[in-house]
Design a protein around this ligand. Structure first.
Ligand code: ARG
Length: 271
């Protein structure tokens, strides 16, 4: 491994460790949500998210403090503010989010969640707030080798457990899958030659290849039916669903979502 490989591996491990501690440390990491009600009975909105997903949700040291940021978090802050509630953020494994929601331990899931029919059976889903394409990430030397989806047949593919990318990869003939909890772990597997390719959201892929030397996005284009991202709400909570859609409509009409995406992408790419 060259010098850059080692350095970036170290960086990723550090990020991984940070993210690991984040799970406990950020349990009650409340973010100011424009709530001026300081009474003891102040309302809270508990967000569940898997903060391994720049620029949607990720850890960043802000003013010397590990903080969960990203455009999903900005949207969550607006929803909480519109409700007059205080936002509480819980960093959880992606594949646990919908269970946590159904059991009432969190109120809302904003985590780059794609609206699948399967998910619709267990939770309610908001309107689509953003759309992006899927991308294939490989080591630089393999860019041409994996230029089409067909070329991924029989390849070793790393994907996040419980994600739609796992379903995409399962549909690739002969592919050998490695399912991992965090995207940063998949990136490490790519760097250390343990997997050859990964499928992830385009904006996430872009953010990782910017920060991790030696990885690139290929020309292969995974196609998904459930494009767009939605917010998950406990089944039957019509009031919250309506509130969430109202905030999304407001943010869209004010052009805020595009602005949040741009700012979060910049933040994700800055050192
Ligand atoms: N969009 C994909 C899905 O819904 C992946 C989302 C992963 N999100 C995350 N924060 N890691 O399955």
């Amino acid at each position: 491994m060259n010098k850059w490989g080692k350095i970036s591996l170290g960086m990723l491990l550090a990020v991984g460790l940070l993210t690991g501690c984040g799970q406990n440390k950020n349990e009650n990491n409340s973010a100011a949500a424009g709530n001026t009600d300081t009474s003891a009975a102040a309302k809270t909105l508990t967000l569940g998210t898997s903060a391994d997903f720049p620029p949607y949700e990720f850890h960043k040291v802000v003013d010397g403090k590990d903080t969960i940021v990203g455009f999903d978090i900005d949207i969550a802050k607006d929803i909480a503010a519109d409700m007059g509630a205080e936002l509480v953020i819980k960093d959880l494994p992606f594949d646990s989010l919908l269970n946590e929601l159904s059991s009432g331990r969190i109120d809302i899931v904003i985590s780059g969640l794609s609206p699948t029919e399967e998910r619709r059976k267990s939770v309610d889903l908001s309107d689509v707030y953003y759309k992006a394409e899927q991308a294939v990430v490989v080591r630089e030397a393999d860019k041409d080798k994996f230029a089409t989806m067909d070329a991924l047949k029989g390849a070793k593919i790393g994907i996040q457990t419980g994600s739609i990318q796992e379903d995409i990869a399962k549909g690739i003939e002969g592919a050998q899958l490695t399912s991992l909890g965090k995207i940063s772990e998949i990136v490490l597997q790519l760097q250390s030659n343990r997997v050859d390719a990964s499928i992830m959201e385009g904006p996430v892929a872009k953010s990782f290849v910017k920060n991790v030397p030696g990885l690139v996005i290929t020309d292969a284009k995974p196609v998904v039916e459930d494009d767009g991202y939605v917010i998950g709400i406990k089944k039957g909570n019509a009031e919250l669903l309506e509130q969430v859609n109202k905030t999304l409509t407001r943010l869209n009409s004010e052009g805020k979502i595009e602005a949040y995406v741009a700012a979060a992408s910049e933040l994700a790419e800055s050192k």
